[in-house]
Ligand binder design. Sequence first.
Ligand code: NDP
Ligand code: CA
Length: 324
Amino acid sequence: RRPARPRRDLVCPRLVAPCSHKHNPSIRVMQWNILAQALGEGKDGFIRCPLEALSWHERKYQILEEILTYRPDILCLQEVDHYYDTFRPIMASLGYHGSFLPKPWSPCLDVEHNNGPDGCALFYRRSRFSLHSTAHLRLSAMMLPTNQVAIAQTLHCQVTGRWLCVAVTHLKARSGWERLRSAQGADLLQSLQRITSHCGGQKQAELGAIPLVVCGDFNAEPSEDVYRRFSSSPLGLSSAYKLLSCDGKTEPAYTTWKIRPSGESCSTLDYIWYSHDALSVETLLDIPTEEQIGPDRLPSYHYPSDHLSLLCDVSFREEPHRLL
Ligand code: NDP
Ligand code: CA
């Protein structure tokens, strides 16, 4: 019999005054690379994970259970290769609108008995948001199209009347590709700059840029160029999970931890970026400890993906110069 899955706590970052936004209902955002079924079984080589724990029959309930435990308003997923047969219908029945963009040449297609290409998916709760526009982006690097994609949606929040742009991406994996990731990040930032500066035919400059949340598996440690690009862009983005640390400046020690035949790999690759002038982070879902993850690392019966889910509640800051 399996022991109970370790609980993850929702914690208040130390640097945020508690209950400072009671009047302003927060938006719950979840970021998760759920591990493509075809890659997990056919390519990744997770030698310490029991085969049964890797089966879709087992994993799909674990993934859905985690999503349903937290019921995010915005859900950003990578490595989705069961969109049409699983996530779209189930999430639709739970009141979510979904959008999916497969990778042009998904590595899933090389796996026998695959379920189609993997890609990024973005869901929002229909009772909370209405859709203004969707951009399906194929990321370029040095003017050339790459195999990586992003979805960006401009949403209107029914509760606060505010606009929000949400984006999801999954950058090129593996070491040796740092410059490609950096170029992909630059391309994405440029598209987001364009998208957040216009809304409803109005030049948003008069109203201030639309607040932005960017979720992704960046496949890059915080020391990489693409991380620096995001944290210093004119869009004014900050990485939410830094707020879990004591000094508010340090990313978690890991967001993925796995053992392959080539060895153990423990790294911080996943991020939730947010516009720090327009949004504040009120709560974050804690990162499981090494002991909770266990000696066989990820994935496992308790954690269906080799990446941990990230989750935070954000709220709009007061807007002194708001015209609407
Ligand atoms: P990436 O290098 O970005 O990686 C794809 C997946 O592999 C990611 O989901 C990544 O997971 C995972 N991964 C990372 N490290 C490892 C590892 N050490 N072992 C196993 N899996 C790992 O792939 P691309 O998007 O660039 O696609 C490459 C594939 O695309 C090729 O395998 C090829 O099949 C296909 N392709 C085909 C073309 C064609 O003409 N048919 C053209 C171009 C590509 P994570 O993000 O979690 O780290
Ligand atoms: Ca992967």
